[in-house]
Design a protein around this ligand. Structure first.
Ligand code: CDP
Length: 227
């Protein structure tokens, strides 16, 4: 029997990546961070001085870029472009500020979505992103949509960036993620929205361990019902 696929969607700072990575390890699934692919394309576009007002240039880059995702020792995804590790570089404020402009271009999405679907075709994946349950894996065995208040999401992201030594204010982080939310929700193709059959988890007052346990419990229940 084909192994299960699990979709985890939601806005920035809702806890998707941390939860999905740990759930993968506890349930023996493979983890794919689809946001890393959009970030990699955006980083390369910045490096190549591409005009972000000109979608054609981004589409052309998406057609030729060579993105590779591998698993790190802690289960996180390591991201390579043309063999060069860009895992850290793709998480900078410069990329945050441009990634939603790139990800709203349908043709660029098409390239990355096809890749994501191919990766998960045999099952056994937990994937996080914005459109996994609605678009990438509409037939996923289990779908979660994680949310949290903007204040809490900004605070979490601010702490992460501070730990990395980033010089940024909480106010700027809040502005950046609310701007991204707005573009991601408002785009015409595959907007950020919960799938009709997704399980909604509001993580505002939950710690990450609670979120992980909730997902593990629900997936295990589903699996038990099938055997
Ligand atoms: O980690 P964070 O939640 O901040 O973002 P991410 O998952 O790394 O995604 C970065 C951006 O990529 C999002 O703001 C979206 O614009 C885009 N994205 C998308 O459009 N579709 C996905 N499946 C994943 C990410």
């Amino acid at each position: 029997m084909k192994d299960i696929n699990v979709a985890v969607d939601g806005p920035a700072g809702a806890g998707k990546s941390t939860a999905a990575r740990e759930v993968a390890s506890r349930l023996n699934l493979k983890y794919l961070d689809t946001g890393a692919m959009y970030r990699a394309l955006t980083w390369k576009a910045i490096i190549e001085n591409i005009d972000f007002q000109n979608p054609e240039e981004i589409i052309n880059l998406a057609a030729v870029i060579n993105i590779d995702i591998k698993n790190g020792s802690d289960g996180s995804n390591l991201v390579y472009i043309d063999g060069i590790d860009v895992t850290q570089e793709i998480r900078t404020p410069a990329v945050n500020g441009k990634v939603s402009i790139v990800s709203k271009i349908p043709e660029a999405r098409g390239k990355l979505v096809a890749r994501q679907q191919k990766i998960a075709e045999d099952g056994g994946f937990i994937m996080d992103g914005r459109d996994i349950g609605t678009n990438v894996l509409p037939g996923a065995d289990f779908k979660f949509f994680l949310t949290a208040s903007l204040e809490v999401r900004a605070q979490r992201r601010y702490m992460e960036l501070k730990e990395k030594g980033c010089n940024i204010t909480l106010e700027d982080v809040k502005k950046e993620i609310s701007m991204r939310d707005k573009i991601d929700k408002g785009r015409e193709v595959a907007p950020l929205i919960a799938a009709k059959d997704a399980d909604l988890i509001d993580t505002t007052h939950m710690n990450i361990e609670d979120v992980i346990q909730e997902i593990v419990r629900k997936v295990n229940k589903l699996k038990a019902g099938r055997t």
